[in-house]
Design a protein. Structure first.
Length: 226
């Protein structure tokens, strides 16, 4: 597969940002927007883009911090973490939602559109399910601010994945907050995994947990496709 690069225009401010783009293999099931962690479109995002394309989805992964630094990619180390957090705060929710809405609008003419996000992207996926239009389903992985947004109205079915060993997100409290506001939302806690467990090969990732979460997300997307 060859990943190409798109330029899209945010709907709220006209900012032109870049995105990785992959065509589906086999029968097309819809479009998937992959929302990065704070480290940019790193190799883990690229691997996720390829996985979704292999499952029959056209994939767009917006570079969420292009307003702060074009083409930003950081290592998963303290310096990368510090810069990523700073960029996430500077970008703000309105810019994030404007970029995601532009991705939805790009994909929507060709079928249902789904969003999946990790860490920072997990929070943005939850927020997109509340604020964006045109989503058929959303998957939120270990979003640190989801518990605080639990009472937001949702426009589509959502699934949430949390790691039991995540030192940043209290899994049981987050699940309880979501259940109180949205008892229909699936929330899964993975006992062997920590934060970032979708990133294969990292110490906090259990491959069986990661694969199970992917299959659950795929099932939700297929159940809500057209």
């Amino acid at each position: 597969m060859t990943t190409d690069r798109l330029t899209l225009t945010a709907v709220h401010d006209g900012f032109v940002f870049t995105a990785a783009h992959e065509h589906p293999q086999g029968v097309r099931h819809g479009g998937v927007i992959v929302i990065q962690e704070i480290f940019g479109l790193d190799r883990y995002v690229q691997e996720d883009v390829a996985r979704w394309a292999e499952r029959g989805f056209e994939v767009v992964a917006p570079a969420m911090f292009d307003r702060q630094e074009l083409g930003f990619v950081a290592e998963h180390d303290p310096a990368g973490f510090e810069t990523g957090v700073r960029y996430a705060k500077a970008n703000g929710p309105d810019s994030a939602m404007g970029d995601i809405q532009a991705c939805i609008d790009f994909l929507a003419p060709r079928g249902p559109v789904f969003v999946v996000g990790y860490c920072y992207g997990g929070t943005m996926a939850w927020l997109a399910a509340s604020r964006c239009t045109g989503l058929s389903a959303a998957a939120s992985y270990y979003g640190g601010q989801v518990a605080g947004m639990a009472r937001f109205d949702l426009s589509c079915p959502v699934i949430v994945h949390l790691g039991r060993e995540d030192p940043h997100i209290p899994a049981d409290e987050t699940k309880a907050a979501i259940a109180a506001a949205h008892p229909d939302v699936q929330v899964h806690i993975y006992e062997a995994s920590g934060h970032g467990f979708n990133n294969d090969g990292r110490p906090e990732s259990d491959l069986a947990d990661a694969q199970l979460a992917r299959e659950r997300t795929l099932a939700l997307f297929l159940a809500n496709g057209v």
